[in-house]
Design a protein around this ligand. Structure first.
Ligand code: AMP
Ligand code: MG
Length: 410
């Protein structure tokens, strides 16, 4: 495994092999969490008409400007009613928030600044002409690109599309991702674990990671460390857009995965990255299918997914933003040194007075899945780091969007 690649170089190679998938049309609610497959151009304006931003009285701003304070209330307009008759210069419309302004008026005096006086209303404090009115098309004009291609369609996007009357959305197809565990020691759920055997967990972490990245997992089970069976299952996996096999990519006598991939026409792009865990990652492609052979150790498999497969799955969906957010955080504890590989340490972030700090989540062996369970971040300690005191700062990539502590709201 000569010439281990730095993380960046490996990501570059993966992305260079990644071509966006085709698009499909789905109903608006089904589009949630998907990626916009084309620019969405508005055919409507938002708001659709000039309307009141407050409960109050709609008047002619020019009359207010020349000092008029008393207006005859000629009409009352709740939200949802349209009044087409003009309101005269000395008159006012009692109007509710969101109701369309009738012709002849352009300004709303909030109800708190007025006093009713029989059939009239007295303005106690004038407002600027045009105040408290939301103009037609102020938020969205006809022809505006409201959602660019490649954006994630979250709740706000779905709501905006609904406000424009959009019912069908063009989204990227979900990548089909074949998930195959390899290892004669592995036992699926529901079967007893014999001596020397362990349960397959990588299929489950991969399923979750694929789903969360918008992919559709295709679960192929377990291949024993045996060339025939590995070949049969890898061949089936190659029907998908992406293949994730775990295990069998080291230098052991029973590590058949790379050999089998090559026999099946997978073109090797790299094998080996300069990280711990995650070194023996094998990446290749057959046609448009991306083929990842992640190491068998459960943390190594998950970290490899985070670093390379997740960005690739998002890129396949045409997503513009494909990386997790990161912070630069101070270690809350002394930091042990590294050798020739960058170490990816699982950690918990905490918000201190001077910004973010992080603490590693206990033993960091590449098989210790609990270190991932407890983590909300991945701290990157560069290759050749000599070791240092608490307070040294490192790149920490976030794994999760929610926090236990309530922010100090003002
Ligand atoms: P390998 O990369 O095949 O040499 O596997 C490295 C280590 O990860 C070994 O201890 C395997 O038993 C373990 N391992 C491999 N595949 C899995 C899996 N699917 N679930 C849990 N552990 C695994
Ligand atoms: Mg193995």
């Amino acid at each position: 495994m000569a010439g281990l690649l730095p993380i960046d170089a490996a990501i570059d190679i993966v992305l260079a092999a990644t071509r966006p998938l085709s698009v499909e049309t789905v109903g608006l609610l089904e589009a949630l969490g998907r990626t916009a497959g084309e620019d969405v151009v508005s055919h409507a304006q938002v708001p659709p008409f000039d309307n009141s931003a407050m409960d109050g009285y709609a008047v002619d701003g020019a009359a207010l400007a020349v000092g008029r304070t008393t207006f005859r209330v000629t009409v009352e307009i709740p939200a949802g009613r349209y009044v087409g008759e003009p309101v005269g210069p000395g008159a006012a419309a009692k109007i509710m928030t969101g109701a369309p302004l009738p012709p002849g008026v352009d300004t709303v005096v909030p109800v708190e600044l007025t006093r009713p006086d029989g059939a009239e209303v007295r303005v106690l404090e004038p407002v600027e002409p045009g105040a408290n009115v939301r103009g037609a098309g102020e938020d969205v004009a006809v022809g505006d690109v409201v959602i660019p291609r490649g954006a994630r369609l979250g709740p706000a996007e779905i709501g905006l599309l609904a406000s424009l009357g959009v019912e069908q959305v063009t989204v990227a197809r979900r990548p089909r991702v074949a998930v195959l565990a390899t290892g004669s020691e592995l036992v699926p759920p529901g079967q007893p674990v014999g001596p020397g055997q362990i349960r397959d967990s990588n299929s489950f972490t991969a399923f979750g990671q694929v789903r969360e990245a918008g992919g559709e997992p295709v679960m192929l089970g377990i291949a024993r460390d045996e060339p025939e069976e590995t070949r049969r299952l890898v061949a089936a996996a190659l029907e998908a857009d992406v293949v994730i096999t775990s295990g069998g990519v080291s230098v052991g006598e029973f590590d058949f995965v790379k050999q089998v991939q090559e026999e099946l026409g997978v073109e090797r792009r790299f094998w080996g990255v300069k990280t711990k865990p995650g070194k023996p990652l094998a990446f290749g492609a057959r046609g448009r299918t991306l083929v990842f052979g992640v190491p068998g150790n459960p943390v190594a498999a998950m970290v490899s997914f985070e670093l390379y497969i997740r960005p690739a799955l998002l890129a396949l969906q045409g997503r513009t933003a494909i990386y997790r957010p990161y912070v630069v955080a101070a270690s809350a504890e002394p930091v042990t040194g590294t050798k020739e590989r960058t170490e990816v340490r699982r950690c918990r972030l905490e918000r201190g007075n001077d910004g973010w700090t992080f603490t590693t989540t206990g033993p960091q062996g590449s098989g210790i899945l609990r270190s991932m369970v407890l983590a909300d971040g991945l701290a990157f300690v560069p290759a050749g780091y000599p070791g240092g005191a608490a307070g040294e700062r490192f790149l920490v990539q976030l794994l999760d969007g929610s926090r236990p502590e309530r922010p100090p709201y003002p």
